[in-house]
Design a protein around this ligand. Sequence first.
Ligand SMILES: *[C@@H]1O[C@H](CO)[C@@H](O)[C@H](O)[C@H]1NC(C)=O
Ligand SMILES: *[C@@H]1O[C@H](CO)[C@@H](O)[C@H](O)[C@H]1NC(C)=O
Ligand SMILES: *[C@@H]1O[C@H](CO)[C@@H](O)[C@H](O)[C@H]1NC(C)=O
Ligand SMILES: *[C@@H]1O[C@H](CO)[C@@H](O)[C@H](O)[C@H]1NC(C)=O
Length: 336
Amino acid sequence: MRFRTLFFTLFVTHLAAAHPLEWLGLASWDVEGYAKDNPIGPTTGGEGGETVTVDNAADFKAAVTGNDPRIVLVIGEINLPSRLKIGANKSVIGFGKTAHITGSGLDVYHVSNVIIRNLKISFIKDNDCITIRNSTRVWVDHNEFESDISKGPDFYDGQVDVIRGSDWITVSWNYFHDHWKSSLVGNDAALRDEDFGKLHVTYHHNYWRNAGTRGPAGRFGHQHVYNNVYADFLYQAIHSRSYNQILVEGNVFRGNTREALSTYGLVIPEDSPNTCSCGDEELDGFANLGAKNDWGEAGVNITQVGNFTKAPYKFKLTPLSLVERVVKLGVGIGKI
Ligand SMILES: *[C@@H]1O[C@H](CO)[C@@H](O)[C@H](O)[C@H]1NC(C)=O
Ligand SMILES: *[C@@H]1O[C@H](CO)[C@@H](O)[C@H](O)[C@H]1NC(C)=O
Ligand SMILES: *[C@@H]1O[C@H](CO)[C@@H](O)[C@H](O)[C@H]1NC(C)=O
Ligand SMILES: *[C@@H]1O[C@H](CO)[C@@H](O)[C@H](O)[C@H]1NC(C)=O
């Protein structure tokens, strides 16, 4: 008990010491976008519930099970023997700079109101680091995701995938790196009825470095993608296909990127080499451009302009000239 109280006190002290970017007014550390402003209410996770610290897989599992509001502080490295399902009304928050999930990833399945912050999740085989499936109100913030791209597109799966009618999600201030297929929204062109008009996801202030595809790739939904930095996102970063609507603003591309943004329905062979060496044909998506982006040397192929012209909420847009510095300073673990 003493142990737990000590950690909680340290944690609260830690939270109170805001990051310089926040007190300079350059960025918001609070939830912003669809996980905050949506028809069913803001994402609060375990707010109001008890705080539990965990440092092993069994305690972690017990703490995230069920729908009672709970704040789960993860201490150090935990190797998960199998995927861990997070219950409703949970905040899973890494402590300090060393919270690290290895072995298996996290599932947010059939639930609402989940927050995942300040965790490193790396080298998860055969499945995603985080899969959000048939779930609403999820905030994935200030995490780090890593594997390696030398083994091709299918050795690892996604980093944060949002599928099966999930809705009202924000993915912010994450450091995604050294990974092929990063973030898929809507996982099958055949799931139109399940997904169409859902899959509202806000991606802001994420840093993607040395990735292959899907930063993000969306089908049938709406994604607002602002103030992200892409460095050497090699093949195709933002892809809107199968009637997806995407609003893209204030992003920065650096280094080697073939395509920053495409709405052409072809799922390129670099993304899914198994079905056909020529890629897979789907219907095109839509894209709208808001505040100016810096595409660097990357290509842009907008085949259809859509009707997602403005975010339906207030948000803090970082000026384009500061985006690269602000994002690199603010992302990843040990910053909240
Ligand atoms: C989606 O999740 C809800 C609970 O939030 C559940 O009632 C429903 O059966 C799930 N739907 C599917 C298709 O799994
Ligand atoms: C917790 O989650 C369940 C299922 O999503 C929800 O019905 C319930 O109202 C939540 N409880 C609290 C206290 O937020
Ligand atoms: C851009 O989209 C058009 C379809 O409108 C397609 O013919 C062309 O090959 C695409 N360009 C690239 C580089 O994929
Ligand atoms: C936006 O465009 C999509 C795709 O054409 C369409 O289904 C939807 O009804 C449009 N929404 C509005 C508000 O016009």
